[in-house]
Design a protein around this ligand. Structure first.
Ligand code: XMP
Length: 509
């Protein structure tokens, strides 16, 4: 295992993903981690991440300096390197010129870190401070035009520092450099596979749960589905899944899910048909936040009522992923403002005195997909694009009615069919339709029409934090528009959303 100390860089999760891509398990911990705990973890290597602070700031994050006496190889990146140099007796100062963007790296000393890296290569920089003097034992191993200490090393103590970011794709040989740290310096083994993970986590669930009962809210997304499969493998019939059909789902979605889970996977599952309740709660509601809050509230009530029918439940399983775990304990970010309220069953464990089981809390999304494939989950479920909890209600601007839901379902079905046929479904983060609260005039045959408008939204993204509108081919857009207007009654105009996030969001509400 490799330990990453999180000094707050926006790239930290990337470091972890790169290391795991090399087949090595790693975890991210805050700098407040006690040195005793670090010893217990016994990592093969430690990465000190970058961060937004300057080492001179009064409250810049620091870690117990005894970390350098553990005898474990350490790689400091950007702030992590500056912290190491400063702590070990060197000097860091404000750079004459803030460096941001590409730089040409020249290797002057080809140590283990630079195996199979050409003497000249492109790296990516983002820093305002630089090293002015090295501590004893260190040498500079690479330079750039602006930085005589672009890479430094004390190979005797196996301490390495990089001023640039090896984890970002802009650093041409970044992956090789991380690979070298893991295998040439730390002697890690490539043993992080989804097969090994599944074996270990299933045993862990068995140990934790024993012969007690677990409930799980199944949404039909990949996270809750993989969670269900894992727990089912561990405890079989003691798992009960609850699927709340809120009536805000896409065409045939509930039916397909039923089939997959009941018939193919033979998992205990309770379907609650609650569409009417949700529609009643949403009656005449227009405000997006109100919609979200109401849907969250009704969902909780329905879920809890169903859960209480199952006797002797002690655990609630959730498909929480590693990025949520890291973000929820973010050491540096202040409280962020609520842009959109997401609902979940957060309050339930306390009210029903349930303990949590979160088997995916160590994994990134791409790992969950790989794990799902290993466990034999239907590829359609594995590659399903994200779908928001409040469902189509937040894609129908204005009031939500059964009639409008049906229009949007038909539009969405046509859209997804065309996107899949053109081979775009997996390339896009999301592609969906939004029903606008407006009508426009059209002409059909010889007569005037006055009907609904739908907007098509298709975006590319890595993590939904930022997103670009997708540059779909005009021919595909044309086909989508033609089919929607011809096939869906009540729609006479289709527009394409060409806004990116930020400043827009992915969903319209
Ligand atoms: P926004 O619209 O904030 O969406 O750019 C970012 C991502 O989150 C999804 N989303 C939700 N997912 N419950 C969810 O489970 C929600 O309430 C919710 N709202 C937005 C959205 O589809 C996108 O992928």
């Amino acid at each position: 295992m490799v330990l990453i100390i999180d000094f707050g860089s926006q790239f930290n999760q990337l470091i972890a993903r790169r290391i795991r891509e090399c087949g090595v398990y790693c975890i991210i911990e805050p700098p407040t981690l006690a040195i005793e705990r670090m010893r217990e973890m016994n990592p093969l290597g430690i990465v000190l991440s970058g961060g937004p602070s300057s080492i001179y700031e009064a409250n810049s994050p620091r870690i117990d300096p005894r970390i350098f006496d553990l005898g474990i190889p350490i790689l400091g990146i950007c702030y992590g390197m500056q912290y190491m140099i400063d702590t070990l007796g060197g000097k860091v100062q404000k750079a004459r010129k803030r460096e941001y963007g590409f730089a040409g790296l020249s290797i002057e000393h080809q140590d283990e870190i630079f195996q199979q890296v050409p003497k000249q290569s492109q790296v990516w920089m983002s820093h305002g401070d630089s090293i002015a003097r090295l501590p004893e034992g260190f040498i500079a191993t690479a330079v750039t035009d602006n930085t005589p200490f672009a890479a430094v090393a004390d190979s005797k103590r196996r301490l390495f520092g990089l001023q640039f970011h090896p984890e970002v794709a802009h650093t041409a040989k970044g992956k090789q450099i991380l690979h070298n740290f893991l295998f040439a310096v730390c002697a890690c083994k490539r043993n992080w596979t989804m097969q090994a993970f599944a074996r270990d986590i299933i045993a862990e669930i068995q140990q934790k749960v024993g012969d007690r009962k677990v409930i799980l809210g199944l949404s039909g997304g990949v996270d809750s589905s993989v969670t269900a499969l894992l727990i089912h493998k561990a405890i079989g019939a003691n798992l009960t899944c609850i699927f709340v059909d809120n009536g805000l789902l896409r065409k045939n979605e509930a039916r397909k899910l039923k089939k997959t889970f009941k018939e193919h996977l033979k998992i205990n599952i309770r379907f609650v048909d609650a569409g009417k309740l949700f529609l009643k709660a949403l009656d005449k509601v227009v405000d997006p936040e109100k919609k979200r809050k109401l849907i969250g509230k009704v969902f909780m009530e329905v879920f809890e009522a169903e859960a209480r029918k199952i006797r002797g439940v002690e655990f609630l399983a959730q498909g929480t992923l590693y990025p949520d775990v890291i973000e929820s304990r973010s050491a540096f970010g202040g409280p962020t403002s609520v842009i959109k309220s997401h609902h979940n069953v957060g309050g339930l464990p306390k009210r029903m005195k349930l303990k949590l089981v979160e088997p995916l809390q160590y994994l990134f999304k791409d790992e969950v997909r790989r794990l799902g494939a290993r466990l034999g989950l239907d590829p359609e479920l594995i590659w399903r694009q994200p779908f928001p909890g409040p469902g189509l209600a937040i894609r129908i601007l204005g009031t939500v009615t059964e009639k409008r839901l049906n229009i949007l379902r038909e539009v969405d079905a046509v859209l997804i069919e065309e996107i899949k046929a053109a081979g775009y479904y997996r390339k896009l983060w999301q592609s969906f339709a939004v029903l606008l609260p407006l009508k426009s005039v059209g002409i059909m045959g010889d007569s005037r029409t006055y009907e609904d408008i739908v907007a098509i939204r298709a975006v590319t993204s890595k993590d939904a934090m930022t997103a670009d509108w997708a540059k779909l081919p005009h021919r595909l857009l044309g086909r989508i528009s033609n089919r929607i207007i011809n096939e869906v009654r009540g729609v006479n105009r289709v527009v394409y959303d060409i806004s990116s996030k930020p400043p827009s969001t992915i969903e319209w509400e």
